[in-house]
Design a protein around this ligand. Sequence first.
Ligand code: PMP
Length: 392
Amino acid sequence: MLDSPEFHRAARIRGLEISEIVQISERAAARKALGHDVVALSTGEPDFPTPEAVIAAAHKAATDGKTRYTPTLGTAELRAAIAADAKARPDQVIVSCGAKQVIANAMLATLEAGDEVVMPAPFWTSYADIVRMAGGSPVIVSCAMADGFKLTPAALEAALTPRTRWLMLNAPSNPSGAIYSPAELSALEAVLLRHPQVWVLSDEIYEHLNFIPFHRLADVAPDLRGRLLTVNGVSKAWSMTGWRIGWGIGPVDLIRAMGAVQGQVTSGACSIAQAAATAALTGGTEVLDVRRDAMRARRDLVVSALDAMPGIECAAPDGAFYVFPRITGAMQAQGHATDAAFCDWLLAEHDLALVPGRAFGLPGHLRLSFAYAESELQTGLDRLARALNGDT
Ligand code: PMP
C-alpha cells in the first residue's frame, strides 16, 4: 500500500470514523476469519431473506430493461406507492440509497455551521456523525431508562435554543425499541408548536417491527406537517438492507433541496432496487406479520435470559429488534470501567460481539440485536452468562 504523507483530511470530516457498530462487526468478522467461533449479535440486520415476490420483481425489472438512470427523486411508480401509503403527494417524496442517505441529504440541505440538532439518547450512532459532517452541532439529551428511554416534554423544552434547526426522533427506536404513545407525541408537539424554527425528522424505519401499536408522527401531529420529514424504507421490515432503498416524505421545498444534494452525489437510487421496493410496498402485509411474530418470540427469549443475569437490567422493548440493557453492575463485578472495555473483553475472551452503549450516546448499557436465529441467540446468551459467572 502506498503511504501518502501529504494526505489532507477536510476539516469538515476531521475525527469522522466508520460507525462503531460497523467497526465491531468488522472486528468480529476478522476474528472469525482467524478461526475463532465468534457469535456476533451486533448488526442491525434481519436474518430473514428478502421476500421471493420482491426478488422476482427485481428480476423482471432487469430483464424488462429497467436498467437506466431513473428520475433523481425516484421512479414515478415507487413515489406513487410511497405517497399512497403515507397519504401524501408524490412530489412530497424523495427516494434515496437507504434511509441513511435521506437523513444525510436533509442535514446537508438545511444546516448552517453551528446549527443545533437535538437528539434524545440513546440514538442511532450515525445521527451525530451525519450532523457533524453537515457542519451542525448535535445536542444530546439523555433519556432515563425509568422513562422508557423516551424524550419528555420538559427535557425537550430545556434543550431548544434559537439555534435549534431539527429534532431527530426515532421510534420504534434503535437501540431502545421505545415507541411513543399518541399522548406522548402530542405532548412533544405542544412544545414544538411554541418553537416554530424547529423542524422534526421522524425516523420510522422500524415501523412494522412493533409489539405495541405504533403511530406515525404525521398522523398524530398534523400541525407539524409543514416542518416534518418522515424517514422510512424497506431495509428492516422487508429484509432488504443490501438493496439500499429508503425515502423521505416532507414539504416540497425541503424535498427539492434534498433532491439537489442527491442529484450531485448519486443521481438517484438503483433502478432495479426501486422496482423491487415498489413490489415490497404494494405486496401486502402478510410477510411482515409473520416476521413480527418471530421477532416477538426472540425478544421474549432474550429479555428473560438477560434479566436473570447478575448485574444486568433489561426492559422488554416495544419494537425494533434490539435490547439495550443496563450493565453497570456487571461492568463493576468484572472490573471494567467502561462499557466499551466490557464489550472488548466479551469479544476477546468469550467470542461474543455486542455494541457498547456509548456508541448510542448512553454509556453503561450495551446493545444486543435479536435479529438472529434462536439457536445463535441462545449460544450468545450462554456465553454471556458464562462470562459473568467467571467461567472460561
Ligand atoms: N435509521 C435507523 C434508526 C437505523 O437503525 C438504520 C439502519 N441501521 C437506518 C436509519 C438506515 O437504514 P438504511 O439501511 O435504509 O440506510
